[in-house]
Design a binder for this molecule. Structure first.
Ligand code: HEC
Ligand code: HEC
Length: 316
């Protein structure tokens, strides 16, 4: 609603400027006639282009869609354990700033451009999920769309959708068991501002991950490079560290992470300690931009799997 008011205001400004240009064109003095009309005309054209890009952005915002899968999650102790592992090691980086999955953290502070506000939702039963079906939560994780069919911007940028069907079900089983806590978070959780919509309309925001409708499976869990590759398919290391993990590219929306080939000089123990304590083998304190607190919550097998993958990947 606020965006529509802003769009109407922009259109009004463009119209007033255009009208001023026409008025000045009728002025007696030559300088005022050409200078004034040129100035107002130029400003009017700029306001009109911003309004056009913003409308395209608002259109783009409503384009994402995917069917709600027909899933019913039962819960076993193994699923709850795996679900907790994924929630702590991945979801918690954004959803557990104020308490276990209580949400409330605005991701805007991490982005390189001020494009709006994106508050991680309260996923406990104190939040809206208690009214959602298992299929609706599944779709939110897999495809970044909420129960009302609205686009969940940040959820569609992250790679959690690559979690296997079984792992997503495990997360849902765990979420359903987390005790209610925290306060309700904004509904809808996203507020994209004019800059965000203009950038979206101009194609300057990163593309949302493609919608996946088929089944997704994963390898058996273990300290292997193969399982490490799977972890990196649903963790967001590449959003910050670059598609080939050789370092982020200036101008990307996510924080810039270094070339991960540096891990090849570390021992497994040094790597695990760095992820668990935030202090790397050189004594460097790793900044909070790197989600080491949640990555470090992965179990020994998972950290070793990542280590195996990173130390065996090609260098460039
Ligand atoms: C990079 C940060 C980040 C990570 C990691 C993350 N989320 Fe989110 N999540 C958000 C934000 C921000 C929102 C608010 C909507 C948006 O922008 O996507 C959200 C919204 C949601 C919603 C919609 C809730 C609602 O009320 O609309 C669900 C469900 C959800 N997340 C589940 C998860 C699960 C499960 C995981 C882990 C597998 C996870 N998220 C990982 C940031 C994150
Ligand atoms: C939100 C962005 C982001 C994500 C996601 C992310 N990192 Fe990082 N990472 C960073 C930044 C920024 C640094 C640099 C921090 C510093 O040196 O203080 C970093 C540093 C590192 C370092 C080197 C630390 C050092 O002391 O030199 C390692 C290793 C690392 N990340 C591994 C990973 C792995 C593995 C993943 C995925 C499981 C991951 N990162 C996900 C942003 C990210």
């Amino acid at each position: 609603m606020q965006n529509i008011v802003e769009l109407l205001a922009l259109i009004a400004v463009a119209a007033i400027l255009a009208w001023s240009a026409v008025r000045t064109w009728h002025a007696e003095t030559r300088a005022i006639k050409w200078g004034g009309a040129g100035l107002f005309g130029g400003l009017s054209a700029s306001a009109a282009s911003v309004a056009t890009l913003m409308s395209i952005g608002m259109f783009e915002q409503h384009r994402r869609s995917a069917p709600v899968p027909d899933v019913k999650v039962s819960s076993t102790p193994e699923m709850l354990a795996r679900g907790k592992g994924i929630a702590d090691g991945l979801c918690g980086a954004c959803h557990s700033h104020t308490g276990t999955l209580t949400g409330g953290y605005d991701l805007a502070v991490e982005l390189q451009f001020p494009i709006g506000s994106f508050v991680a939702a309260n996923l406990t039963t104190a939040g809206p999920l208690k009214h959602w079906s298992d299929g609706e939560i599944f779709r939110a994780i897999r495809n970044g769309i909420d129960a009302d069919g609205r686009w969940l911007t940040m959820m569609s940028y992250i790679r959690a959708g690559r979690l296997s069907d079984d792992d997503i079900k495990a997360v849902i089983a765990y979420i359903r068991n987390v005790p209610a806590a925290g306060t309700p978070t904004p509904d809808p959780p996203d507020r994209m501002n004019v800059l965000g919509l203009v950038m979206l309309g101009a194609g300057m925001l990163p593309p949302a991950k493609p919608v996946i409708t088929g089944h997704v499976s994963g390898p058996a869990k273990g300290p292997t490079a193969e399982f490490g590759e799977y972890i990196l398919s649903y963790q967001d290391c590449r959003e910050c560290h670059g598609e080939k993990l050789t370092g982020g590219i200036p101008g990307q929306l996510a924080p810039l992470g270094p070339d991960l080939n540096l891990v090849k000089d570390w021992t497994l123990a040094g790597f695990s300690a760095a992820m668990r304590t935030g202090i790397d083998p050189n004594g460097h304190q790793i900044s909070e931009q790197m989600p080491w607190r949640s990555v470090g919550k992965m179990d020994d097998d998972e950290l070793e799997a990542i280590y195996q993958y990173l130390t065996h990947m090609p260098s460039s």
